[in-house]
Ligand binder design. Structure first.
Ligand SMILES: *Cc1c(COP(=O)(O)O)cnc(C)c1O
Length: 363
């Protein structure tokens, strides 16, 4: 059996360090928003070359609190992609804004930059680009548009930890970069966690209050906030794992290169533009024979997953906005053709060769 992801290998590699750190946290008896969270926030901000990092309860919390920290209110519009994980859109709905979808680029599967400008209205307040599967969006052109129309940019980096454009990390282009540390992400903890990185002091301070019931911990409440906090055990583990993430991402890139060399004449492989570096959160192929490939892999005991089978505009809770099939044809075709293959640090070349063999044989 070849799984999508093998977290056990990774854990065994850092077992001693993790166990002793967890015991230290448990003995310290400070369990939520304490010194380990502060240390990790500093480390994370420094890694990104930014002034501030704020640990929160999840990636969804990072997105939602970032939007809530900005002057965005009911009826405002936020531009995003229809081809993403649902949490991206949930965060927009949580602040009462309207998601305005822009179809994706067929090569990158990210928001089609050329289609954004025609969707900007007087009500548009922000752009929420998603670096899907680890491939960065064209942030240069997104920031140009944001400047021209005076829009905020909140980057959904849940899948792009360590991804770069010409040496610059995702999360450092917009007003804020939002990360998820859900266990399966490239930097994952052993539960739920998330963080926002930013250079914007006002956003940072708003988020510190919003994550903790609208208070900085002194029982004086400046706004109605939420409970979206990072805990000490997760933060301490993240500090350990942050030191390994570049090595792990490099291993994923090696696996991806081997996949592409074996599969590029059979299926559509990830297309990485010049100057872009993906962290390969997913290695996602495209084929008109997707279901046949999935079935053949399943029979050979190889996992594969369709991320994502239904684009956001066709999801039930989005019905209220009146979208219909055909509104975003590129995203709809992608949803019918994509298939993500196993990729994780420690996946062997032999396994990749076997997976490629099964795919080639079935077509
Ligand atoms: C995982 C993910 C999120 C949400 O992160 P959680 O930590 O699960 O809340 C948001 N956006 C994208 C693109 C994701 O992949």
């Amino acid at each position: 059996m070849i799984p999508m992801l093998d977290l056990k290998k990774e854990f065994l590699d850092i077992e001693e360090e993790v166990i002793s750190t967890v015991i230290e946290v448990l003995k310290g008896t400070k369990y939520v928003l304490g010194p380990h969270v502060e240390a990790f926030e500093k480390q994370l901000a420094q890694y990104h070359g930014l002034s501030y990092g704020a640990g929160v309860g999840s990636g969804t919390g990072a997105l939602f609190l970032s939007l809530a920290s900005l002057p965005i209110s009911k009826g405002d519009e936020i531009i995003t992609t229809p081809f993403t994980f649902f949490a991206t859109v949930e965060s927009i709905l949580y602040v009462g804004a309207k998601p305005v979808f822009v179809d994706i680029d067929t090569k990158t599967l990210n928001i089609d930059i050329g289609l954004i400008e025609q969707k900007i209205t007087k009500k548009t307040k922000a752009i929420l680009p998603v670096h899907l599967f680890g491939l960065p969006c064209d942030m240069k052109r997104i920031m140009e548009l944001a400047k021209k129309y005076n829009l905020y940019v909140v980057e959904d980096c849940a899948q792009s930890f360590g991804s770069l454009i010409n040496g610059r990390l995702t999360g450092t282009f917009g007003d804020a970069g939002c990360f998820s540390f859900y266990p399966s992400k490239n930097l994952g903890c052993y539960g739920d966690g998330g963080a926002v990185v930013t250079n914007n002091q006002q956003m940072y301070e708003n988020i510190l209050a919003l994550r903790n019931h609208g208070s900085r911990g002194n029982y004086i409440h400046s706004v109605i906030g939420f409970n979206s906090r990072l805990d000490e055990i997760q933060a301490a583990i993240l500090s350990i794992k942050l030191n390994k993430v570049e090595r792990n991402n490099a291993m994923r890139r090696k696996s991806a290169a081997l996949y592409t060399s074996l599969l590029s004449s059979t299926v559509m492989c990830p297309n990485i533009p010049e100057g872009y570096t993906s962290n390969y959160h997913q290695y996602t192929i495209r084929s008109a024979h997707r279901d046949k490939i999935k079935e053949a892999l399943h029979k050979a005991n190889i996992s594969s997953v369709v991320y994502y089978p239904v684009p956001m505009h066709l999801q039930k809770p989005i019905e209220q906005f009146g979208f219909k099939k055909g509104d975003f044809p590129v995203a709809e075709t992608a949803a019918a053709q994509v298939l993500s293959l196993p990729v994780y640090p420690g996946l062997s070349n032999e396994d990749i060769e076997r997976i490629a063999e099964v795919i080639k044989k079935c077509l």
